[in-house]
Write a protein that binds this ligand. Sequence first.
Ligand SMILES: Cc1cc2nc3c(=O)[nH]c(=O)nc-3n(C[C@H](O)[C@H](O)[C@H](O)COP(=O)(O)OP(=O)(O)OC[C@H]3O[C@@H](n4cnc5c(N)ncnc54)[C@H](O)[C@@H]3O)c2cc1C
Length: 320
Amino acid sequence: MKPARLDHIRATDLAHAVALLAEHADSARVLAGGQSLVPLLATRRISPELLVDINGLRELEYVREDGDGLEIGALTRNRTIETSTLVAAATPLMVQALHHSGHVTIRNRSTIGGSTAYAHPAGESPAALLVLNASVVLHGPNGVRIVPVAEFFLGPHVTAARPDELLTAVRIPRPAPDTAVAIEEFARRHGDFAIAAVLAAVRHDADGRITDARIGLGGVGPTPLRATAAEQLLVGQIPTEDLLAEAAGSPIDPRAPTPADWREYVRRRTGRSAPELMTEGRPAEFSPFESGYDPADPIDRMIMATRNAVFPLHGLMPLP
Ligand SMILES: Cc1cc2nc3c(=O)[nH]c(=O)nc-3n(C[C@H](O)[C@H](O)[C@H](O)COP(=O)(O)OP(=O)(O)OC[C@H]3O[C@@H](n4cnc5c(N)ncnc54)[C@H](O)[C@@H]3O)c2cc1C
């Protein structure tokens, strides 16, 4: 398929981009790296009337120290961030997260502004920004707003940015130098969106007692989530196998489906249990839409909000 007919304007500077968005807020989309937007246009899942192309805005392409942290311009390519020695020294978790975000060819074009504005529930860099207590900078017709990432992601592909606002930068406070970080994810292939990802930033005191634990989860809820119950369990403790197992079993978030919710969902939609479906070799045929998605059903709604997690059964599903 090809995109529906649309206009394309290459913004000449930030003021021009903001003015275009103010004038065409409801019918325009920002074009950054295009790695997510172009497939959506080509498959006509969205059909804006105007693309506001920000690729000429060199003023939004930078990584710089900003007070006690880093500021990264929205148009900075993810590959540039991933290979930046400044970012590696200040926030290595960001580098590790980007290493998992699509393939190098995608990261050569995709931008940190696009990855953040796209707000994929399983995106690694959104989850990293959450763990790192980052903020986003939004420019709109009424000025500049700084929004903590914890308040920015509202749902799958839904953010606190208004349609007439341009995301111009992310700000990442510099973690304490003794912060240990890690990312693990389960994906169908390296470079694919995670089915589930966990990112952690942890500090210990001299006795090995955990003094700070920040754990982010991708792919298990409608937005990246903090595993706050697990964090609270860990702080003040010396880690042991038993403690870590207990933390891993902590409740996640009321917005995240439990394994029992999944089993019930598959049973209702197919009349079979998940193991039966797998044994019959039918997962590829399982389509929650074709089998009757019911928006009035709370389990259906919750599962759809985390539709990424049905990838192994179904593959890509339409945007809401
Ligand atoms: C095959 C494939 C695999 C991928 N795998 C992963 C993965 O594993 N993990 C992961 O995190 N991502 C993955 N991605 C997504 C990739 O990182 C996206 O390109 C990125 O999320 C969007 O960045 P972009 O600059 O290309 O944005 P675009 O595609 O240009 O835009 C995406 C959306 O954000 C909006 N937007 C862009 N910039 C701004 C801005 N400055 N202000 C306001 N709105 C803006 C656009 O209007 C659009 O709605 C994958 C993509 C592909 C194609």
